[in-house]
Design a protein around this ligand. Sequence first.
Ligand SMILES: [Zn+2]
Length: 316
Amino acid sequence: MSEMNAVMYHYVRPTPNRPPHGYYHLSLDDFKRQLSYFEEEYGFVDRDSFINFLRGNRDTPDGIVLTFDDALFDHHEWVLPELQRRNLWGLFFVPTGPFVNDRILPVHRIHALVGSLPANELHYELESVLDTEPSISGESRGVTDAYDEQSSSATVSEFKRLLNFVVAPEDVQGVLDRLEGRLTDYEPPTVSEYYLSETQLLEMVDAGMLLGAHSVTHPVLARLDEKRQRSEIESSVTWLDNLVGSQPVTTFAYPYGGEDTFTDTTVGALAYAGCEYAFTTESGTLAGRHREAEMFSLPRRDCNEFDYGSATFELP
Ligand SMILES: [Zn+2]
């Protein structure tokens, strides 16, 4: 049986030169090794076969499809040249907020913080900020005992859980502003060092890359009411359509992407916005059975599920 895997990447950058923070990233050398490994063991799905598959072609192509989330600076600086050298293409999921608002998205402000400072310090300072938020009681935060270990993954997860799932989505930027205000030595990254530019996005399209939508502000869509979900989806699709022109955006990747991050309401909003399929971050292989019923919950596999794909995490 033929087997197609969509593989998911986020940060890909040279180590130890890892601006602007040390959050989980795949080293560029490992990325190159992994591409060679894929070439040898699986082969790549060419762009036309992938598009035909999405249009309902009966034969599932064999091989790997490369996907990259979040319009990170890395994708133009280091990924694109490597793909071009190997005559490959990728599917890039772009959150449009940074291009419209000139602000770093909360999800990435959180990554930059976690990649720059010990997690127990961040967690402590966040709890202090939340103590002053009238809408968030200690009880609604849930019981936590993750304070102690300096950068344990439990402390990192707890810090992220509070910001992504406890603080109301519309309050997150404000909470992060106050948190950063307490961290006197911390210098947040700028939009231009974090994301690629509109010009670079267009260069990617000219080089044969496909773009997909990924919301405006990268919220957990399931936490928003229908009106706001529609706005997140439609605004991001429209912005990309206006940028690219020639090639309407019909694909979406759910922010965070676990099965609990979207609902039937989300799927309805996607269909309304003209999207024909959507990727999750749930692990799995693409096969014919996904073509109809599951076009809005296509699985991907993290790069760390394959050889050479382990991420590095290093505080400065
Ligand atoms: Zn994302």
